[in-house]
Design a protein around this ligand. Structure first.
Ligand code: CP
Length: 345
């Protein structure tokens, strides 16, 4: 199970990893899941190891999957809530934090444990695209233990591990050529980062899937992510296209992943949430219904959760036979156990 090449690495985005490394994480995750199902104890994988989890934003799945995962592997996860412990207060640039500097927090925690995981995006970064990632990079610069991205404004790489793991369980390990559609979907809240759709298309591209990105005009993702997705998909036997019609995106899809994201400049500046409200209200028909699912190749319906029911998706679809959202959420646990066991062992 051990892969010394990954030991000590940071996990900020899939773009820092090659296909062999991602495959090693996924294979380990599947193996650990099989062992858990057989009732085999796994507490000898990371005995007495500590993960420090720093959450600036709320979470159900990420917090509990990391915490349960560390316990199951024989270690422990510490939940660090800004305001209750000294943590960087994120005011201003670089080192100008009002409580304790990133450089100090990172070095202190490195003396005590084995990895630091961080979630920071959206209103915590003033909707400034890339700011959360910069903070993660700053932690990585100063920490001598791995930094794990639990979601920033641009990436949610642990979600992507669980997503691919779920698709492999449903369609087999080799996903090459399967049509994966990441679609924008309407929500009553515009406060949605680009992290999930961006990590989803990058990961599907790396798996060699035929990736379709569907969204209304004005909801563009980061051009660097689009460029990387196209290169990855072509390198691994797949393809990449962008369409501006939800039905067109769904046609013939093997997997659909309809999820809302905000309108956000990716080349500097902060998101204009008033403009986003207007664009959202013009696209309320971007909801996943049984009729739209009927256009697909009997596709699996995926969502990272929480989903906005009756806006992003109808109850019939998310609670229907093609929905894999709860297995997908459960795979957060197994995927991250695979990741932790390789980075920390
Ligand atoms: N999918 C996901 O990251 O869920 P949480 O926000 O509950 O962690």
């Amino acid at each position: 199970m051990s892969n010394t090449q990954l030991n000590g690495k940071d996990f900020l985005t899939w773009l820092d990893f090659d296909r062999d490394e991602i495959d090693a994480i996924l294979e380990t995750a599947h193996d650990l899941k099989r062992k858990q199902i057989r009732g085999e104890l796994q507490t000898d994988v990371l005995p007495a190891k500590s993960l420090f989890m720093l959450f600036y934003n709320t979470s159900l799945r990420t917090r509990n999957s990391f915490e349960a995962g560390m316990t199951q592997l024989g270690g422990h996860a510490h939940f660090l809530q800004p305001g209750a412990v000294y943590t960087p207060a994120l005011k201003g640039e670089e080192e100008a934090y009002s409580t304790e500097r990133v450089s100090d927090v990172a070095r202190v925690l490195s003396e005590m444990g084995d990895a630091i995981s961080i979630r920071i995006y959206g209103n915590k970064t003033g909707w400034e695209y890339g700011k959360g990632y910069k903070i993660l990079k700053k932690f990585a610069e100063w920490a001598s233990i791995p930094i794990i991205n639990m979601e920033d404004d641009g990436y949610h790489p642990c979600q992507a591990l669980a997503d691919v793991m779920t698709m492999q369980e449903k369609m087999g390990e080799d996903l090459t050529g399967k049509k994966f559609t990441m679609s924008w979907a309407y929500s009553g809240s515009v406060e949605k980062p680009l992290s999930v759709p961006q990590s989803a298309i990058i990961s599907a591209g790396m798996m060699g899937m035929d990736v379709t990105l569907a969204h209304p005009e004005g909801f563009d993702l980061d051009p660097e992510v689009l460029n990387s997705t196209e290169k990855l998909a072509k390198k691994h036997g797949g393809d990449f296209e962008i369409v501006h019609d939800m039905e067109e995106g769904f046609e013939g899809a093997d997997v659909v992943y309809p999820k809302s994201w905000t309108v956000q400049p990716t080349d500097g500046g902060t998101a204009d949430l008033d403009k986003a409200e207007k664009l959202f209200s013009e696209n309320e028909d971007w909801i996943t219904t049984e009729d739209k699912m009927g256009l697909t190749n009997d596709a699996y319906y995926m969502h990272c959760l929480p989903a906005d029911r009756d806006m992003e998706v109808t109850d019939e679809v998310i609670d229907g036979p093609n929905s894999v959202v709860f297995e997908e959420a459960g795979n957060r646990l197994h995927a991250q156990k695979g990741l932790l066991s390789l980075l920390l062992s």
